[in-house]
Design a protein around this ligand. Structure first.
Ligand SMILES: [Zn+2]
Ligand SMILES: [Zn+2]
Length: 348
């Protein structure tokens, strides 16, 4: 077994403890990654606090992983020791179904294995990125181009790919007006990516608090939706809306902001239902869509795009003993725009 220091959530909602955890010895297709940085995704918090149904403890969260390959299994061909790699939300899939063959492993018919709080096909509980090492199949490690520093690369592995997928699928680019609802971890990446794709980007946020940031991130316009008459004035404006907000939101009003044939792609998961009249989408042939992360080929494509355009996440780097406080700040929306743990600070 391979032992590594990690941040462990011992039970639902409990404070993190630095402990040594074990990973399997390398299989033929495995790489051992020395993790340098791990992003904190809001979904980590939902799982650690058991807000998404029953979770498995002790848990090592983290699916925004960036590090360096430090050992390879006998059959590994994709990577060698010293390569810079990332790991996102998945660490295995069947490799044989139509979705796996299409590089959409997240839809694997057998069920993709999640990076943590999941069970591998061998029955072992998976452990994520809040650690100094992780073992994964080379198929689920993605090369990080030299042009991106590892700390700002880590959040690309979940936040980045999550918004990249709908922007690509729905054709964000020159001549397209893209609106991003919510300027948080996902939203700030959506703004950066859509702007680099050549789209005209607007931020839709409740208040003006993040206006300077939104414009600096690449948005052409920023609208405080809590202000009187703002939403009304934007009727029929956008080709694509990326909704990153996990709070209840007047969907019918936002659908109304779309031009004919426009699409609102939802990546947030509010507890309640969206409410809109059929006429809101039938009129104008509008689309209400969802999007769930992205496959390994798309992740590699996104990372190459980020390197080419000099894009990384905007981060606050923290040490292991600051993670509990960081969780509360994420829940309060008080982070600009992603916390990234320096895993060297984990003392187990
Ligand atoms: Zn995530
Ligand atoms: Zn599959």
């Amino acid at each position: 077994m391979i032992s590594t220091p990690a941040l462990v959530a011992p039970s639902a909602g409990a404070a993190f403890e630095a402990r040594t955890v074990e990973h399997r010895d390398l299989r033929d297709d495995d790489v051992l990654i020395d993790i340098k940085f791990a992003g904190i995704c809001h979904s980590d918090i939902h799982q650690v606090r058991e807000e998404w149904g029953s979770a498995h403890f002790p848990m090592v969260p983290g699916h925004e992983i960036a590090g360096i390959v430090s050992a390879v299994g006998d059959g590994v061909t994709k990577y060698k020791v010293g390569d810079r790699v990332g790991v996102g939300c998945m660490v295995d899939s069947c490799g044989e179904c139509e979705f796996c063959k299409d590089g959409e492993e997240q839809f694997c018919s057998k069920g993709a294995v999640m990076t943590y709080n999941g069970k591998g096909y061998d029955g072992e509980q998976t452990k994520g990125g809040y650690a100094q090492q992780v073992v994964v199949s080379e198929r689920f490690a993605v090369g990080i181009p030299d042009g991106i520093e590892l700390d700002v690369a880590a959040p690309l592995l979940c936040a980045g790919i999550t918004v990249w997928s709908p922007l690509k699928r729905w054709g964000a680019g020159p001549g397209k007006k893209v609106a991003v609802i919510g300027l948080g971890g996902l939203g700030h990446m959506a703004v950066k990516l859509a702007a680099a794709m050549g789209a005209e980007v607007s931020v839709l946020s409740r208040s003006d608090a993040k206006k300077d940031d939104g414009l600096a991130l690449g948005a052409a316009a920023y609208h405080a939706t809590g202000d009187e008459g703002v939403l009304k004035s934007l009727k029929g404006t956008f080709d694509i809306i990326i909704n990153t907000v996990s709070a209840d939101l007047p969907m019918q009003t936002y659908i109304g902001l779309l031009r004919p044939l426009g699409v609102i792609a939802n990546v947030g998961l509010p507890a309640g239902n969206y409410d809109f009249a059929p006429g809101a989408v039938v009129g104008g042939s509008r689309v209400v869509a969802g999007s769930n992360i992205g496959g390994i080929p798309a992740t590699a494509e996104m990372l190459a795009f980020c390197a080419e355009h000099g894009i990384g996440a905007t981060i606050e780097k923290i040490s292991a003993d600051e993670v509990d406080a960081a969780y509360d700040r994420v829940v309060a929306g008080d982070v600009r725009y992603r916390f990234v743990i320096d895993t060297a600070t984990i003392n187990a």
